[in-house]
Design a protein around this ligand. Structure first.
Ligand SMILES: Cc1cc2nc3c(=O)[nH]c(=O)nc-3n(C[C@H](O)[C@H](O)[C@H](O)COP(=O)(O)OP(=O)(O)OC[C@H]3O[C@@H](n4cnc5c(N)ncnc54)[C@H](O)[C@@H]3O)c2cc1C
Ligand code: FES
Length: 247
């Protein structure tokens, strides 16, 4: 995982939840969530998973890339008591949101999960935003925090505390579980979804989920929109050749 800072006037005005399309010349163009924005700059946190991200990880300061964006909608900035549930690279847009909410929300709680401690992102940043009692780290192998999935302490927390809004971003099966819990308890929820993206502006249809285009109508969806796409959310998506594949 590496963080990259890019100079781009338009994206430097992005809101939490929005994404950009990053072109790595000669290789590919990929969608990335915005981690931070301001002062003419925008940053993204990128996991090295394949061709484009591997090339990006090898690039040096000052080398040329292309940026389109910012695209998509953004999280609504809720007041009151808010809970953020993040997993893996999904923690990036939530951290951007948490920084904006820190001054507005009455209470900000964060559950963040990963397979192992080395994959838990932005722990230092989260430490400055959240108080000790409002931060919960989970790992599947027990190398940090509680040994469980990020969704396990969620039900327990919701038994004890009321929240005005839950935000989630991360692996889709994790978000689906958060959705099921929020729907059962009737707690407002916003989840940031990922789908295969090519154009990023609602033209090509590669990011369809139900009647929605994730790039244009999302990537942030609320509880009632997620209820409409229950048959696909956390279950299936379109692959590179347009066929339906499991998430
Ligand atoms: C809205 C959105 C926000 C994202 N934010 C981040 C982020 O902040 N940090 C991060 O590391 N990753 C993020 N991703 C995922 C990132 O786009 C993929 O990891 C990247 O495209 C992989 O490209 P690759 O060539 O390195 O790997 P490949 O080997 O080409 O692909 C590896 C996997 O990445 C996914 N992927 C590949 N191309 C695309 C594409 N055009 N659109 C969507 N998914 C793709 C597929 O699941 C694929 O199986 C985001 C994706 C979306 C849709
Ligand atoms: S990426 Fe083309 S319509 Fe969404």
């Amino acid at each position: 995982m590496k963080t990259f800072k890019l100079e781009d006037k338009l994206c430097s005005k992005a809101k939490p939840g929005q994404f950009l399309m990053l072109w790595i010349p000669g290789i590919d163009e990929i969608p990335l969530s915005i981690l931070n924005a301001g002062d003419g700059q925008v940053s993204v946190a990128v996991k090295n998973v394949g061709d484009a991200t591997r090339h990006l990880h090898k690039m040096n300061r000052g080398e040329l890339v292309g940026v389109r964006g910012p695209f998509g909608n953004s999280f609504t900035e809720s007041r009151g008591r808010v809970l953020l549930v993040g997993g893996g690279t999904g923690t990036a847009p939530l951290l951007f949101l948490a920084k904006r909410l820190a001054a507005k929300a009455d209470r900000l709680s964060f559950i963040v999960g990963a397979k192992t401690k080395s994959e838990l992102l932005f722990l230092k940043d989260l430490d400055t935003i959240c108080s000790e009692e409002s931060f919960l780290g989970t790992t599947e192998d027990g190398s940090f925090g509680i040994q469980c999935l990020a969704t396990e302490p969620l039900e327990e927390l919701l038994e004890k505390q009321n929240f005005n809004m839950i935000y989630t971003c991360g692996p889709e099966q994790m978000m689906r579980k958060v959705f099921d819990i929020a729907e059962k308890r009737r707690i407002p929820l916003e989840a940031s979804l990922e789908r295969l993206m090519r154009c990023g502006i609602g033209l090509c249809g590669s990011c369809m989920i139900g009647k929605y285009r994730v790039c244009r109508d999302g990537p942030v969806f609320n509880l009632s929109q997620l209820s409409e796409i229950k048959d696909e959310f956390g279950i299936s998506k379109l692959g590179f050749d347009g066929s339906v594949i499991p998430v």
